[in-house]
Design a protein around this ligand. Structure first.
Ligand SMILES: [Zn+2]
Length: 224
């Protein structure tokens, strides 16, 4: 009898960590290239309805165009990261060019907003860009799930591409630049929340996984 009880206890203990891990599936939605007027506004409304915080990698020239929307993203509690000023790719840019892109974008960030991440346009980088990012104490935020929403323009296909392959700790790349991307973001949230996923910002995802992002280092996902 004692052996039997011990065996049952062992089985319960073995099962506990698996169960805990199942409950704690985290994922971060990231949106590049905005703010972009009505698409960003629609996205913010839908995120608020679903009580989801996301990460917006903003372009400087668009923050100039939409300062109120930029402020709203910050005030609603979303995370803001930099996506350069002009959105030109930086892998062949000189050190001074990369410096200008980051500095000009940084000057447009709302007062009090702390920036942890830089996402180089296209995710394309060089040693110089990494060094400049490090000087600004910025980590490089890449992604692990890319449904290519900017090319697909089909909300159902974008959703399926993400939902089929997403895992705990993933960083999903989307763009708040079209209705199909915004529609997909909402169905992705609805379907993954039903599967027990919790949506957090990139910084929150890192913190939940006990990772402190280091300046000048690239991150594709946070977690095992
Ligand atoms: Zn981009």
């Amino acid at each position: 009898m004692k052996r039997c009880i011990a065996l049952i206890l062992c089985l319960i203990l073995l099962r506990l960590p698996t169960h805990a891990a199942e409950q704690e599936k985290l994922v971060a939605l990231t949106f590049d290239d905005g703010p972009s007027g009505r698409y960003t506004q629609r996205l913010l409304d839908g995120l608020e309805e679903r009580n989801v915080k996301a990460t917006f990698l903003l372009c400087g020239y668009r923050m100039e165009q939409y300062p109120t929307l930029t402020q709203k993203i910050y005030q609603l509690g979303h995370e803001i990261g930099l996506h350069g000023y002009s959105h030109k790719t930086l892998q062949h840019t000189c050190r001074q060019g990369a410096q200008r892109e980051i500095q000009k974008a940084m000057e447009l960030i709302p007062d009090g907003c702390e920036i942890t991440f830089f996402r180089s346009p296209g995710g394309l980088c060089s040693k110089d860009v990494l060094e400049v990012a490090k000087e600004w104490e910025l980590s490089m935020l890449l992604w692990s799930v890319d449904p290519k929403d900017w090319a697909v323009h089909d909300a159902a296909a974008i959703t399926k591409s993400v939902v089929d392959r997403v895992k705990d700790g993933d960083i999903i790349l989307l763009h708040d630049m079209s209705d199909s991307s915004v529609d997909a973001a909402f169905t992705i949230i609805d379907q993954l929340q039903e599967q027990g996923y919790r949506f957090v910002t990139a910084s929150q995802l890192a913190a939940e996984k006990n990772i402190t992002p280091r300046p000048g280092i690239e991150y594709r996902r946070f977690g095992a």
